[in-house]
Design a protein around this ligand. Structure first.
Ligand SMILES: Nc1ncnc2c1ncn2[C@@H]1O[C@H](COP(=O)(O)OP(=O)(O)OP(=O)(O)O)[C@@H](O)[C@H]1O
Ligand code: SF4
Ligand SMILES: [Mg+2]
Length: 367
């Protein structure tokens, strides 16, 4: 007789199948006024302009792109620290896009953020005990046992539980970031958004913090959105990667696809910018792509493809038609073959697989 899955097994399988987070056509326009000659005119910053992605429990998405492409704005919209001007954010099947603050109580617990700057994100006048017990009190967790929970959290992130009465100024940058991580974990969230959590840290400390985050992700089965400037940082941490340019996702897919067979010129340029370890190994250097020019203003982005002003492959159609985020060039075969190869989408009129940029990705971080 065939074994039947138990109700719990089916429930667990169902929750693994259902997206934890569904972001659809997300948009954030910031209106403002600027002086032009003698007149005040209305203008709009298109910080995030129609991006979509999904995340399941335990999955990790890397959000990567140059400064100003909309990574932090996206993070703030997903956590509902800011309200979208278009599109939707659905968390565990509930549309949270336009909920009022008093309706966001459970989201404030389930979705947590780790900030880039471990110095400004902790109140210097409060002890670590106070900083970590506040979210417990707000959400009525571990009542009467807050101190024991705070000490448990300090231990979880590799800090001495006896340091509970110390102030943030008595810790190093790496230790402060561990406190920020403990604060995010205090309320047992389902999703953590880490906005460049290691970029303000010393290189030697970065690997330790990355390893801690990876261990917590695995031990606690957390979903993560990990924001970074460069593709090297997220390579060993993420299952999927979304590459952003001027408020849009230009390439999105399973990690292996993005690193080993990138199709969008911008992704290829970002990968090419990573340090070349081939040279040190005496192997032929990888292909180099040098991006020319600055990122255009999000107030008046280029027509058609927003990357066209810096793209070496641009043609007339690139100025006339915006390329949709569509199926990869590899995916011309059967549905089954596509599924086996994993998710891969790109937004380019002339996509082309490049496999010559792979070898230079930095090695796995060590503690
Ligand atoms: N409150 C705001 N009002 C007006 N413009 C804003 C506001 N917040 C962000 N922007 C603009 O939106 C764009 C995206 O900003 P965002 O902070 O999301 O970029 P980012 O990718 O996180 O950049 P970085 O890597 O430098 O942190 C930028 O042009 C920024 O100036
Ligand atoms: S659509 Fe055109 S400009 Fe845009 S990335 Fe592709 S080739 Fe370059
Ligand atoms: Mg940012």
């Amino acid at each position: 007789m065939t074994a039947q899955p138990s109700t719990q097994t089916r429930a667990a399988a169902d929750s693994a199948e259902k997206p934890l987070l569904e972001v659809t056509d997300l948009q954030r326009y910031f209106p403002f006024r600027e002086v032009q000659g003698l007149r005040m005119v209305k203008a709009t910053v298109k910080a995030v302009d129609g991006i979509s992605f999904t995340l399941r429990q335990g999955q990790t998405l890397g959000l990567v792109g140059e400064s100003g492409c909309g990574k932090s704005t996206t993070s703030r919209l997903v956590t509902r620290l800011d309200e979208p001007t278009g599109g939707s954010v659905v968390f565990e099947g509930r549309d949270i896009t336009h909920l009022k603050e008093h309706q966001l109580r459970s989201i404030r617990r389930d979705v947590q953020m780790i900030f880039q700057d471990p110095y400004s994100s902790l109140n210097p006048r409060h002890t670590i005990g106070s900083i970590l017990s506040t979210p417990l009190k707000v959400h009525g967790l571990h009542k009467g046992k807050e101190k024991a929970r705070v000490q448990e959290l300090l231990e979880l992130v590799g800090l001495n539980p006896e340091h509970i009465n110390r102030y943030p100024s008595e810790f190093s940058g790496g230790q402060r970031q561990r406190i920020g991580i403990a604060r995010a974990l205090a309320v047992e969230p389902k999703l953590i958004i880490a906005d460049e959590p290691v970029s303000a840290l010393d290189v030697s400390i970065q690997a330790q913090v990355m390893n801690l985050l990876a261990k917590l992700r695995d031990d606690l089965d957390l979903a993560f959105i990990f924001v970074a400037h460069d593709l090297g940082v997220v390579r060993h941490f993420c299952d999927q990667v979304a590459v952003m340019y001027l408020g849009k996702i230009v390439e999105y897919g399973d990690k292996k696809k993005i690193y080993e067979a990138p199709e969008h010129p911008y992704t290829q340029a970002l990968l090419s910018a990573a340090p070349d370890i081939n040279v040190a190994r005496g192997i032929a250097p990888k292909e180099r792509i040098r991006l020319i020019g600055d990122v255009p203003s999000p107030i008046d982005p280029p027509s058609g493809c927003r990357f066209r002003t810096r793209c070496w492959k641009a043609q007339d159609i690139c100025a006339q038609q915006e390329p949709p985020l569509a199926t990869s060039v590899e995916d011309t075969t059967s549905v089954r073959a596509r599924r086996d190869r994993g998710l891969h989408l790109q937004a380019c009129h002339f996509p082309e697989v490049k496999t010559t940029l792979v070898a230079e990705v930095p090695a796995e971080p060590v503690a």
